[in-house]
Design a protein around this ligand. Structure first.
Ligand code: ANZ
Length: 815
């Protein structure tokens, strides 16, 4: 059986594509624009199976858009700053740039072999000074707008990587990158004020619902964590007024004590002098716990009595004030009113410390004081003054808030869980923060014409993490004249989190060579928002939230005309092996390069696309790339069998095959648009089988319908198996290349079903369903209806007064 030489074919077409450059996006094209984006990789090695999967899926859509006649922007670059390169540089005693560039070169070569339809004229690396100059420029714009600021606080600290982490980078108490247990450290750090946009970020999600995966939208909603409640002011025996944030002001009569976050400055301020030492001792323990641990409900409660009292603003009752770590310093106001009867953590604390419990909502369940189980459901208010007897939670809340507002003792309030984004890192391989610290002028922005602030040359052991930035060691670089007063000053020695780099890269692709500004707003507005963003769900709340935040700021700056950067999103599953995540320790890794050598690019791509819905994990152990290869060869053989000439008049061709072709092409479009790529491939397989049958035992290879079908196969396969598609197209007598020849034309008439179902009603009741031709005449349909046995029975000899016929779907018999 004839087959093609995989390696030779791949080399041949790579040359042709290099020369014809069919995927270069033209900014000035009159065609409608589409922007297909896939998350750019960290260049921490060569491409692996995960990349192979996401690129194969993503490329189906990009290539489909080209075939549908859109001008498509499908760029690729590298997220090249960050820890992997820096750690490798330390290991190998080199500069991170060496490692980065070597990996990028390898990855580009692999992407080209893998035939992803990227426009390579637009590529860049975030570690290029031409790029990070604008990252720094954007930082300064944020700074000018009060959206970048420095503050001293207890931050998440990774003892392994010796750097701070954003809240989003701490997963279940561990560093998301290295897995080390994260601790807290008091440091001065740079933040972006993402909290200013909390409500906006929430509102925007409504717009994305339906085109973004539900789990991502939900994850972002939860992360932003909006809640509604009230601020309530308690006066302390020390004379201080302190506010608490509560979502249940209606339970105020049940507040039997107050708790202040042990590590909040407030605790040390209000503590009775006799209790100060106890608080200090307790704090040593508190600093060891992560926020996640602290909030865990099943954790034994600990705390310190601060030796003071607070006055309940509605009941006038005096209650004790405690400090504990289950209250977080940076959430709400850092202090709570404890309502143990209706909040489990408060109840656990009350029981541990012997504090009183008072039920204020009777839910019909047993009293929490006795059961140890707090009740959070609805019920009748009790022990609650003016609320007693009321049942309705909403009006209970309203009543208390009105009262507090009238007395100036509180007000309705909205709270967000979202914290400001900590962006400074004490590492080398990132964009330096473009600020100069002057003893006279304070924080001074580096003037725009002095950007970029380039990294000084450091390598190997100089980069070893030591808790402060390695840049501090480069004194020649650090010591500068203050841009304002000219006096001695020092550069900020921190670098920015890599998530800053990736928050705006999608804009840069629209005008990647722009050197007067980060991007050309007209081009950005022409290409964006991105029509489809494909990537891993692990970025649900990090990258995808930060990029949305940047877009809103850029919109407020008047630089972009939209507020959401990514209109639609698709998350691929993982490629696993033998039921498990691939890992070095399990030795179950699958080497992409080997798979490509054995089966060829097309077979690997086809296997990944055909494996199942894109969101599902793919177990490589259950895949058969050799089966994919056999299918591709079967498809390819069709192109050698066709004997009619290009341009043959297909209208005279075999009708059955023509119908199958038309239906396949039509369905393939719908399926790609619904991201059901695997089903699309299945349809192409059916078409290949039908064509083979037509050649061998049907209309024969000379029938123009066979050419039509085979050409359709080539075009549909160009979305998944580009090499095979090109080979087929060439064998069918066409000039290269197939990738932008256009989606096959479908004669709508061929899509009409062979039979439709007509419903027959007698006295308004359905009595029969008839299979009729779609073009059945009204007279024929009426006759058929009246002749039907069930209809005859329903009529029971009654006189037919009127027959309403709506061919081909309905006959209504009135008696
Ligand atoms: C009294 C109360 C009674 C509460 C009740 C709940 C149930 P969300 O929805 O997450 O915003 N809280 C407030 N600040 C806190 C902090 N810094 N650390 C830990 N917990 C804090 O939760 C708001 C509720 O979480 C608040 O409402 C408060 O407890 C607690 F039956 O106040 B509540």
């Amino acid at each position: 059986r004839a087959t093609y030489d995989i390696a030779a074919t791949e080399t041949k077409w790579q040359r042709v594509w290099e020369e014809l450059d069919p995927f270069r996006a033209d900014d000035d094209s009159p065609r409608e624009k589409r922007y297909a984006l896939t998350m750019f990789p960290y260049p921490s090695g060569d491409l692996h199976m995960g990349h192979a999967e996401v690129f194969a899926l993503h490329d189906v859509v990009a290539r489909y858009w080209w075939q549908r006649g859109y001008e498509v922007l499908n760029p690729m670059g590298f997220d090249s700053f960050g820890l992997p390169a820096e750690n490798a540089a330390i290991r190998n005693d080199e500069h991170p740039d060496t490692y980065t560039r070597a990996n990028i070169a390898k990855s580009i070569e692999s992407c080209k072999k893998y035939a992803v339809s990227f426009d390579w004229s637009r590529t860049f690396n975030t570690s290029d000074p031409d790029y990070y100059r604008w990252t720094q420029w954007l930082f300064l714009e944020f700074f000018k707008r009060g959206l970048a600021y420095r503050k001293n606080s207890a931050v998440n600290w990774c003892p392994q990587d010796q750097t701070v982490l954003a809240n989003e980078q701490v997963v279940a108490g561990a560093c998301e990158r290295c897995g080390a247990e994260v601790t807290k450290k008091e440091l001065t750090q740079w933040y972006f004020k993402i909290t200013d946009y909390a409500q906006e970020l929430l509102n925007g999600l409504d717009e994305l619902e339906g085109t973004w995966p539900d789990r991502v939208v939900t994850a972002q909603r939860n992360w932003i964590g909006r809640s509604e409640g009230a601020h309530v002011t308690f006066t302390l025996s020390t004379g201080h007024d302190i506010d608490v944030y509560t979502t249940r002001p209606d339970t105020l009569y049940g507040a039997t004590f107050m708790v202040v976050a042990a590590d909040a400055a407030l605790a040390a301020e209000i503590v009775h002098p006799d209790r100060a030492q106890a608080l200090e001792d307790y704090l040593v323990e508190v600093r060891k716990a992560s926020d996640i641990d602290r909030l865990a409900t099943d954790r034994p409660k600990t705390g310190v009595d601060l030796g003071i009292t607070a006055t309940n603003p509605v009941s006038g009752e005096e209650v004790p004030v405690w400090a504990s770590d289950y209250v977080l310093a940076d959430y709400g106001t850092g202090a709570i009113m404890a309502v143990p009867a209706h909040d489990q953590r408060d109840l656990d604390f009350a029981r541990a410390m012997g504090l009183p419990v008072r039920r204020v909502i009777d839910t019909g369940e047993d009293n929490p004081e006795e059961t140890g189980v707090a009740t959070s459901g609805d019920g009748a208010y009790v022990n609650s003054g003016e609320l007693d007897g009321l049942h309705d939670k909403a009006s209970g809340i309203r009543t208390i808030i009105d009262e507090l507002e009238a007395d100036g003792r509180g007000s309705g309030a909205v709270n967000f869980r979202l914290r400001d984004w900590l962006i400074s890192r004490q590492r080398y391989w990132g964009p330096p923060i473009p600020i100069v610290h002057c003893p006279v002028d304070g924080e001074v922005p580096v003037p725009e014409d002095q950007l970029p602030v380039t990294l000084p040359m450091l390598k190997g052991a100089d980069l070893k993490p030591k808790g402060t930035s390695p840049l501090g060691g480069a004194t020649d670089w650090v010591d500068v004249a203050c841009p304002t007063c000219g006096g001695p000053a020092t550069r900020d020695t921190d670098t920015m989190d890599t998530f800053v780099d990736s928050s705006w890269y999608m804009f840069r692709y629209c005008s990647p060579h722009e050197d007067e500004r980060p991007f050309d707003p007209d081009k950005v507005n022409a290409w964006m928002p991105v029509n489809l963003y494909v990537g891993g769900v692990e970025h649900a709340v990090l990258h995808l939230l930060y990029g949305r935040f940047f877009t809103k700021v850029l919109n407020d700056m008047g630089l972009v005309g939209f507020r959401e950067p990514w209109s639609a999103q698709l998350n691929q599953g993982f490629v696993i092996n033998q039921g498990k995540k691939m890992s070095k320790s399990l030795g179950n890794g699958v080497n992409l390069g080997e798979q490509l050598t054995v089966f060829g690019v097309d077979a690997v791509r086809l296997t990944l696309v055909f494996a199942g819905p894109p969101e599902d994990d793919i177990d490589w152990a259950n895949m058969s790339p050799d089966g994919s290869l056999r299918f591709l060869q079967r498809a390819w053989r069709l192109s050698g069998d066709v004997t009619s000439d290009p341009g043959a008049d297909v209208t005279t061709g075999d009708l059955a095959l023509r119908r199958t072709t038309a239906r396949t092409v039509h369905d393939a479009a719908t399926l790609v648009e619904a991201y059901r790529f695997n089903v699309m491939v299945a349809k192409v397989m059916e078409l290949v089988n039908a064509t083979r049958k037509a050649i061998d035992s049907g209309c024969g290879p000379a029938d123009p319908a066979v050419r039509e079908a085979t050409e359709a196969v080539a075009i549909l396969l160009s979305l998944v198996a580009p090499y095979t598609a090109e080979e087929m197209w060439e064998r069918l007598g066409h000039e290269p290349t197939v990738v932008r020849v256009g989606w096959p034309e479908v004669d709508e008439a061929l899509l009409v079903e062979d039979a439709v179902t007509a419903v027959v009603q007698v006295r308004g009741k359905v009595r029969a369903r008839l299979e009729v031709a779609p073009d059945v005449s009204e007279a024929d349909l009426e006759a058929a209806a009246l002749a039907d046995a069930n209809v005859q029975r329903a009529l029971e000899g009654a006189t037919v007064r009127k027959v309403i016929v709506r061919a081909p779907k309905l006959v209504n018999i009135v008696v």
